[in-house]
Design a protein. Structure first.
Length: 456
């Protein structure tokens, strides 16, 4: 919610309350207040466009004007109408924000972004029923930007203004103004020039989540001096645009009550690992090209991170591919096994509150296998976080709805603190494991309240 929205809502409450109290006593104060409110609503409509959240406010405005100019209205009825409309005007703003505010990057670099849509000609798409479909992989790069940083911000979500009726469980009309979200990434900006190539971090989203829901995280990590390649996995992601322009949505291919859910998730993890290896091959193929972006990547310093299934997939991908030098699992559960032998490599587990250990037996067993596979590692719990605190999802809700959802549905209301502490943990971990600098984990633990170091 921006400053204009806040001003309009405050003035609407004050004007309505004053009108209810002073009904049928028109005066200059009420005239000025109604006039100013009308001008602000008109300015907002022409500047930002139509927000469905303002529909009750527009109606309230009409009633206020009618009450002000009419001398024959029934006082008791008008008071009831004004109170009902005021409540109706405030309810939409208590649930979904028309233009959410993401968390600004905290590092030293401005951020650029580019989107690549690639086709793996060696793989047939397993998830669709069309045997002629080839596997698409979509990669959005977030990186330190150089030169003039002015320009167009990257769109938040693929396919805006032509979305299907629903994106996962959310009606798409809630996202009508997501093109106004500041993603903090300048589209197609040149990479910053420092004389050295940039370390690379692949980032994998959670199951069913679009890469968009990790925009704050990807841009934040990039601002600390990394090229972050955030992947979309088509037909699993909530929404993503393929090479041919088609919008792909989630295809579950799993019937409720079917006996082999674990096998289904293992298959999806395997598809994701193949996506990662395809991206690594693409980077190697393009690294020697004249494209300055790909030439700026240091392919000897590649890390991987992910959230939920993305975190487990990233760790599994490192077990299978020696090109990945370090991995971070953020709250992810592993499905399936791992190679019997692999070289020790740096591994970090960042997790939300896991005090109810009985609920997380599979999660714990999978991560113990990862610690064993990589010869140990680091483990930190963010005691005030829940599973969704690591995403942008809580930011899409208004503060009252965010607080309510946190207590009822387990959506994180402390996402800003979680975001900053998670980015900081990953920054120092990758700075050590990819750049060779001293490990500064204890510094981050002391900086942010609620981070608990645990044994692997």
């Amino acid at each position: 919610m921006n400053g204009l929205d806040v001003l309009i809502l405050i003035l609407l409450i004050m004007t309505s309350a004053y009108s209810i109290h002073r009904l049928n006593r028109a005066n200059k104060v009420l005239a000025i207040s109604i006039s100013l409110l009308s001008l602000l609503l008109a300015f907002q409509l022409f500047w930002k466009g139509f927000y469905w959240q303002y529909l009750p406010a527009y109606l309230q405005m009409c009633v206020l004007i009618t009450v002000f100019v009419s001398k024959t209205l029934r006082k008791k009825l008008m008071r009831i109408v004004l109170v009902v409309l005021l409540v109706a005007a405030l309810i939409p703003w208590s649930i979904f924000l028309p233009v959410p505010t993401l968390i600004a990057p905290s590092g030293d670099y401005a951020v650029g972004t580019q989107i690549f849509r690639w086709v793996d000609s060696t793989r047939v798409e397993q998830i669709t029923k069309d045997s002629s479909d080839l596997r698409n992989v979509i990669v959005q790069a977030w990186y330190p930007a150089g030169g003039k940083t002015g320009g167009t911000h990257a769109p938040y979500l693929d396919g805006l203004h032509r979305l299907p009726p629903n994106v996962n469980v959310l009606p798409s009309f809630l996202m009508d103004h997501y093109d106004q979200i500041n993603t903090y990434g300048i589209l197609n900006a040149p990479t910053a020039k420092t004389g050295n190539k940039w370390p690379v971090i692949l980032f994998l989203p959670g199951y069913g989540a679009a890469r968009a829901f990790y925009t704050s995280f990807a841009a934040g990590l990039a601002s600390h001096g990394y090229v972050v390649l955030c992947l979309d996995h088509p037909y699993e992601s909530a929404i993503t645009q393929l090479v041919n322009g088609k919008l792909a949505t989630t295809i579950e291919n799993f019937q409720p009550g079917a006996p082999d859910r674990l096998g289904f998730m293992k298959n999806r993890l395997d598809i994701r690992v193949a996506d990662v290896q395809f991206v690594l091959n693409q980077l190697e193929h393009r690294n020697s090209s004249i494209d300055s972006f790909f030439a700026s990547l240091d392919l000897n310093r590649i890390g991987i991170a992910g959230h939920s299934l993305g975190g487990a997939t990233g760790a599994a991908a490192m077990a299978y591919d020696s090109r990945i030098k370090a991995a971070v699992n953020i709250d992810g559960t592993l499905y399936g096994g791992l190679p019997e032998s692999t070289i020790p490599r740096p591994f970090l587990l960042v997790e939300s509150n896991k005090s109810d250990t009985a609920r997380f037996a599979r999660y714990e067993a999978g991560n113990q296998l990862l610690f064993k596979t990589f010869g140990g590692g680091y483990r930190y719990e963010l005691s005030n976080a829940d599973h969704y605190s690591f995403t942008d999802v809580p930011l899409l809700l208004s503060p009252p709805a965010r607080l309510l959802a946190a207590h009822i549905f387990g959506l994180g209301q402390v996402s800003r603190r979680t975001h900053l502490s998670t980015v900081s943990l990953l920054d120092v971990f990758f700075d050590h494991s990819l750049n060779g600098n001293p490990l500064q984990m204890d510094t981050i633990v002391s900086r942010y309240r609620g981070i608990v170091r645990k044994s692997g």
